[in-house]
Design a protein around this ligand. Structure first.
Ligand code: SIN
Length: 276
């Protein structure tokens, strides 16, 4: 489905679906952004939740400079590129036993102040195709719940734990401590003011105040709800593509359907604030 391109002053914005995602043309992200370019890219991110750029050639330093326009850079609790702690390397090949982001999630929600956004630059795509990333709209997920379910979730919080994601990974110390945070199940986006569902399969472990079986039943129902097709878009990477997603209102999942092929990239993550 090709939706109509919108001409902003400095960029062109073509939605991928009516619900989430837009491709942006007309800007070279390796160069410093003007105030107008910055304002338009930010507006497109807020409107479409995830924005995509094609044919971008960025050094690691230029990638960080672009990220810093949107805020302080986040340092990942377990994965940091040597010499560039603000960069998370994406690397899958014939030796990989896991890849980042295989399970639906919003980034690092186990922290008290989870990242606002993430900017992924893919430089190598699998030779035989695959390796797409799916994104889902959490405002829409909230809106599509029934009134009684929305009322039930109102004011409730859930625990998000890093250990269930990071502790089992190859090379990680099983005795190490990982971040844990408690967040509202429904958060309000600080810019749009809209409510978004904020639990995810990767990090959320339980709903505070419910019995274990109650919590598990409600979380499983919400995870299935979040993954319905009408909330999603699917992005097909090419070398030099960039995706910039808003973790406050979108979740994503990386498809690992290309083993033993290679896929490489780098992610810079913009720090966020405490969800409310
Ligand atoms: C991630 O969760 O940041 C990984 C996304 C991807 O590799 O497509």
């Amino acid at each position: 489905m090709k939706l109509e391109t919108m001409q902003y002053q400095t960029i062109q914005v073509t939605p991928l679906t009516p619900t989430i995602g837009a491709e942006i043309a007309g800007v070279d992200l390796a160069k410093p952004l003007t105030e107008q370019q910055f304002a338009e890219i930010h507006a497109a991110l807020i409107q479409h939740l995830v924005i995509f750029f094609r044919e971008q050639t960025l050094s690691t330093e230029q990638h960080k400079v672009f990220g810093r326009r949107f805020g302080k850079l986040h340092i990942h609790p377990t994965s940091q590129m040597p010499g560039h702690p603000e960069v998370l390397e994406i690397k899958a090949d014939e030796n990989s036993t896991w890849v980042a982001g295989e399970v639906w999630h919003s980034d690092v929600t186990c922290e008290t102040e989870p990242p606002m956004g993430s900017i992924l630059h893919i430089t190598k795509v699998p030779d035989n195709g695959g390796g797409d990333t799916l994104f889902a709209n959490m405002y829409r997920a909230y809106e599509l719940l029934s009134d009684p379910m929305r009322q039930f979730l109102e004011g409730k919080t859930a625990m998000h734990e890093g250990a269930q994601v990071y502790a089992g990974r190859q090379g990680k110390d099983p005795n190490r401590q990982y971040p844990v945070a408690e967040h509202p199940i429904v958060r309000t986006h600080p810019v749009s003011g809209k409510k978004a569902l904020y639990v995810n399969r990767n990090f959320t472990t339980r709903i505070v105040g419910l019995n274990k079986n109650e919590s598990e039943a409600v979380l499983q129902m919400l995870y299935q709800h979040i993954e319905r097709d009408d909330l999603k878009c699917r992005f097909k990477w090419r070398p030099g593509s960039i995706a910039f997603w808003d973790n406050r209102c979108a979740q994503h999942q990386a498809m690992w359907d290309y083993f033993p092929q290679k896929r490489y990239g780098q992610r810079v993550t913009v720090a966020g604030d405490k969800p409310y």
